[in-house]
Each structure stands twice: as C-alpha cells, then as structure tokens.
Design a protein around this ligand. Structure first.
Ligand SMILES: Nc1nc2c(ncn2[C@@H]2O[C@H](COP(=O)(O)OP(=O)(O)OP(=O)(O)O)[C@@H](O)[C@H]2O)c(=O)[nH]1
Ligand SMILES: [Mg+2]
Length: 384
C-alpha cells in the first residue's frame, strides 16, 4: 500500500490525467466474503413472508412455498473458472490489445500508435487513451525498458492502477434491511442484474425481497416476478400504472417487519430527458427515507458496456439526478467496447460493483480489476 491510499472514491479534476492512479485501500478487506446471517428454516421464512405481504394489503407476491433447493457453495478452483469467464467475455474488447505485442520486439513510435488505436477501438475514450499512452511512454523512458514484453508488463501495471480504485465490492453492513435502488436507461439489464444478484446474495446466506418498482413498462412486473420464482424470493408488486414509490415503500416496510437482510428495488428504464421519470426517482428516495433515513444504502446504476462512451454520458446524467454509489457494467460479453470501464473509473472514481459477463444466472460477477486487465491483455490463443 502507498501512503496516499484513500477509502472513498473521489472525482478527479478533469485534466489531472492520472489523478486516479491510487491503490485501493485494502484489497484483502474488500475481497473478504460476506458472512452468512443466521436465519429461520426456509419453509417457515417463506410462509411468514407470504402472510406478512398479504397483511399489508398488497397484491399477492410471487412466493413459492416449496423447499428451496440448496445452492452449491463456491466450488474449489473457482478462481480459474472466474478467470476463464472474464477472458471469454472480454475476448472481443481485448482482441486488438492482446495480440498486438505478440512477436514484437522493438518499442517504436509505430507500436505506441497501434496501441493507442487498439485502446480507442476498445472504446477507452480519447482522453483516457492518450493519457495511458503518455504515461506509458514516460515510464518506458524512465525505466529504460528495451523490449515489447517489458512494455507489456508496464502497460498491465498501468491499466491495473487505473482500475483498482474502482474495485470496491458491495458490502452489506446492515440488516435493517439494506436497501438497493437499481436505476438506468431502458434495456441496459437492470431487471436481469437484479435477478442474478438475488441469486448471488441468497447463495451467500442473505434473505431478500424484491420490489417491482418498474410500474411503467408493460410486463416489467411479470419479468421480475419470474426472477423471484426462479430464486424463490418474494416480490412485492402492485401492477403496471401503480405508484413506484409506494411499491418500494411497501417492500421495505414488509422486509423490516420480517427482518430480512436486503431489499432490491427495480425501477423503470428512463432517459434523463424524461423529467417526470427523473422526478419519480427523487420521490422514491424521499419516500424510502420515511422508513429509513439512510435508504437507499446503495444506488446502483446499470450501464450497458455495448453503448461504449455513451455509458459515460449516462453516468454523468444520472449522477446529476441521484447519488450513484455503484455501477454494474453489463453485456461485456457481447461487445468490443468494454474499454469504457477505464473512462468510467478515471472520470468518476465510482465503485464498479459488478460486471455482467453473459446471460446466465452466474454471469454477474463482482468486479475484479486484475482479472479484467489480464483478460484484456490475453492473446486469442489463451482464451478458453
Ligand atoms: N449477453 C448479455 N446479456 C445481458 C446481460 N445483462 C442483461 N442482458 C440482456 O439484456 C436484455 C435486457 O435486460 P433487462 O434486464 O430486461 O433490461 P432492463 O434495463 O431491465 O430493461 P427495461 O426494464 O426495459 O428498462 C435481456 O435480454 C437480458 O438477458 C449481460 O451481462 N450479458
Ligand atoms: Mg427492467
């Protein structure tokens, strides 16, 4: 660790190109697994949940009363599996970068140029790409590095330094319950991310409730209910056209009464230009605060990596409306634009909680800077 370690993300001054080149505070601490909390037998818990929701006068939630199937504990050899998952998902983004240095010996102007082009092709963004190249050139000179392999090592270190400050896993530090508000533009993967996250948190021993706060789009409630059934997690809903804040309020109230660990609230996809929907988010926050002044404890902005630099714009716009405390960057598997993560991290310093590496239920992974950078720099031969 270095002496300038910082715990909280800070927005760097624009133009201070490497202001974010700080090491994260304590990687060991942030990587610590969440401790499961004691909980009643699953049947009893689910049954009482159903009663509680019915008492509150809400529509019947998607509660399945069969005994939940046990979810496998993390298998041995999980690390290589995660490495493989990151590599496969980032094969397209890393296609140019990974192979660029193969068979190269000399470090010359052409190499730097090709490197910058590859970074731009990966949608790292113009500012970030030129900052990386400038810093790389300076380091190579300063350290007197003579061949392309040494440069590769330096590039890896540099990319890691850029991303590490944003590797701050979600820590669920309260059970009152912990409330997550999930926001983002249309179709970025909010509801799917909630479904995957519910599965993940449940496998860590958390008790959950989902709130169908997308009362705007037809079939949005059913989509969340389907995830609820799949995970055997109750979903509080009132149907399309209902007041989103009221649905979320009911879910938190019910979860408080049942002493559940986590409430995850879905919301409708919205563009910043939709003033009424943006105002709705403010209302949701205000209404939540009546039950818990600190809620939401996490406002997770879901961004689609496939939109590339547009994700930076979305982050800026949502931050102006709500205090975004974390990002889930989805669909990295289907795009060559995953390099936008560097721009997001460098410009906002906001924690990147999760990355979406596929459509499967286990494809939402906690963000890991090292796995990410190694996957980017992997050669096509190594992807498998
Ligand atoms: N390949 C891939 N597909 C994903 C990922 N995350 C979500 N998707 C897909 O993206 C599509 C949209 O996902 P939704 O969860 O409905 O997105 P949303 O943001 O809730 O959409 P709205 O509610 O309409 O705003 C679905 O087909 C998902 O399967 C991912 O990480 N990888
Ligand atoms: Mg949705």
């Amino acid at each position: 660790m270095t002496s300038d370690d910082t715990a909280a993300p800070k927005s760097p001054e624009r133009g201070g190109l490497f202001a974010l080149f700080r090491r994260r505070k304590d990687s060991a601490e942030s990587a610590a697994p969440l401790q499961p909390t004691p909980e009643p037998a699953p049947e009893a818990r689910v049954a009482s949940l159903a009663d509680g929701v019915a008492d509150s006068g809400l529509a019947t939630p998607a509660v399945v009363v069969e005994k939940p199937a046990p979810i496998a504990a993390p298998a041995q050899g999980e690390e290589p599996a995660r490495r493989g998952l990151f590599r496969r998902a980032l094969a397209r983004t890393g296609a140019g970068l990974g192979n660029l240095l193969l068979g190269r010996k000399a470090i010359d102007a052409e190499l730097y140029e090709e490197l910058e082009t590859s970074l731009l092709m990966a949608d790292v963004g113009v500012e970030t790409a030129s900052a990386v190249i400038a810093e790389l050139t300076a380091r190579v000179k300063r350290r007197n590095l003579g061949d392309a392999q040494a440069l590769r090592g330096e590039l890896r270190a540099l990319l890691l330094e850029l991303l590490e400050p944003c590797q701050q896993p979600l820590v669920i530090d309260r059970q009152t319950p912990f409330v997550m508000l999930v926001v983002g533009v249309n179709g970025v993967g909010k509801t799917t991310t909630i479904g995957k996250l519910a599965h993940r948190l449940q496998s860590e021993g958390r008790t959950l409730m989902l709130a169908a706060g997308d009362t705007f789009r037809a079939a949005a409630v059913e989509q969340l209910q389907a995830w609820g059934e799949r995970n055997r997690v109750p979903v509080v809903s009132q149907g399309t056209g209902a007041d989103s804040a009221s649905v979320i309020f009911d879910a938190i109230q019910s979860a408080q009464a049942r002493q559940l660990d986590v409430v995850i609230a879905d919301t409708a996809g919205r563009l910043h230009t939709k003033d009424n929907l943006m105002a709705e988010l403010t209302k949701v926050r205000r209404v939540m605060a009546k039950l818990d002044p600190d809620a939401p404890h996490e406002t997770l902005l879901v961004l689609d990596a496939g939109t590339g630099q547009n994700a930076v714009v979305q982050m800026r716009q949502f931050s102006a409306a709500v205090a975004v405390t974390g990002i889930a960057l989805t669909k990295l598997d289907g795009t060559a634009k995953g390099g936008v993560i560097f721009a997001l991290c460098r410009e906002f310093g906001v924690p990147i909680r999760y990355v979406g590496l596929g459509e499967g239920i286990d494809d939402l992974q906690p963000f890991d800077a090292e796995l990410f950078v190694d996957a980017l720099l992997a050669t096509s031969d190594n992807v498998g």
